[in-house]
Write a protein that binds this ligand. Structure first.
Ligand SMILES: [Zn+2]
Length: 372
């Protein structure tokens, strides 16, 4: 999805990106305004800018509430029909599923609430100080009356986003409600297919009625697909077992090794992190960097004195998602994989990305072989 969007700055530490299809909308508006014989097609673009700003505020509403609830927002991608807030799911704290759906509903409703608040504030202000704007006159959203458009565009954004069509916010509320009764991946699939149903309906009705609806349908479809892909990624993380990707050929150190011995071993290995083993017990972990630091600062010593004794272990059947959470939540760079207390492999951040890519490649090859 990133390939199709360009960076447009940061607000509150959240990266803002604009999807390339947005520029198709600008072109579309310019051409419609020009073909209508509008004296100033620039007003059309000003209207787009206003809607654009309101969409950014809408997305910031999601981003702030979600960061506040412990799921930091990574980036906001602006599509012509609205935005998509990418959450940093890997940093999601593990909490009972019971609380998750309420949190998801809070995050989903934050966006439309921002638009309702803008519409209410702007509407009240206009009625009070600029009655000549004629808030209730048609057309509600039109480049010839920008203040009135501000109010109605926000009402429209709120209403549209509240449709139960995933990945619109209403669809997210729906998914959250569904996830109370089924697992999250199934709930998302269900919500995505309902969303694509809505998209198809928009396109069909649009053909008979208003070409704008076709566009909305198309973008709804794209958005649903983007969302499904990120859920697929999440489900890959859930289905890959550590035994599929762990390093089984790795160097270990003993607590009785001197740091100079350790450095010698480190030179002959690509590893950055080493498990420290006494007999068959895991007693700690140490990184190449730590070995070097210690040698520089205090000269030679024993691994035992320097190694990190606080570490997490994982089982070989454990999912990649769970290892990922362990690595990132504790800021670790290595997780030993054990079976019956015996060390059978290691997973490091360094090898994780690498193995994921290899695994994806080998699955693709296997699928290609099956199809041919
Ligand atoms: Zn939203």
């Amino acid at each position: 999805m990133r390939n199709w969007s360009i960076p447009a700055g940061r607000i509150f530490g959240v990266e803002i990106r604009v999807h390339l299809t947005f520029f198709a909308l600008l072109l579309f508006v310019w051409l419609t305004e020009a073909s209508r014989g509008a004296a100033n097609p620039g007003r059309g673009l000003a209207l787009v800018a206003i809607v654009f700003a309101c969409v950014v505020l809408h997305e910031l509403g999601h981003a702030l509430v979600s960061t506040h609830s412990g799921v930091p927002a990574k980036a906001i991608i602006l599509l012509p029909i609205g935005g998509v807030t990418l959450l940093d799911e890997t940093r999601q704290t593990i909490e009972p599923a019971a609380g998750t759906w309420k949190r998801d509903i809070r995050i989903a409703l934050a966006g439309p609430l921002v638009n309702l608040a803008i519409a209410f504030a702007a509407g009240t202000l206009l009625l009070a100080v600029a009655p000549q704007v004629h808030l209730w006159a048609k057309p509600y959203v039109d480049s010839s009356n920008l203040p009135r458009s501000l109010v109605w565009a926000n009402l429209w954004l709120a209403a549209f986003n509240l449709l139960p069509a995933y990945p619109m916010d209403g669809g997210r509320v729906l998914r959250a409600l569904l996830s109370r009764r089924m697992d999250p991946v199934r709930a998302t699939r269900r919500a995505v297919s309902i969303g694509q149903g809505f998209a198809t309906m928009f396109m069909l009705v649009g053909m008979l009625w208003d070409p704008w609806l076709i566009m909305i349908g198309v973008f709804l479809f794209i958005a649903a697909q983007l969302e499904e892909r990120s859920v697929m990624f999440q489900s890959v993380l859930e289905t890959v077992r550590l035994e599929d990707i762990m390093l089984t050929d790795f160097a270990t150190l003993s607590p009785a090794d001197t740091l100079e011995d350790a450095l010698n071993k480190a030179v002959h290995s690509l590893q950055d992190d080493f498990p420290v083993i006494r007999g068959s017990d895991m007693v700690g972990v140490i990184s190449r960097q730590k070995i070097l630091q210690q040698l520089r600062a205090e000269g030679n010593g024993y691994v035992q004195a320097v190694m990190n004794r606080i570490f997490e272990v994982a089982q070989r059947k454990e999912s990649l998602a769970s290892a990922f959470r362990k690595l990132t939540s504790r800021n670790l760079s290595i997780i030993p994989v054990v079976e019956d207390q015996r060390l059978v492999g290691i997973v490091t951040l360094q090898n994780l990305m690498h193995s994921m890519a290899l695994l994806a490649e080998s699955r693709k090859l296997r699928r290609a072989a099956m199809n041919s």
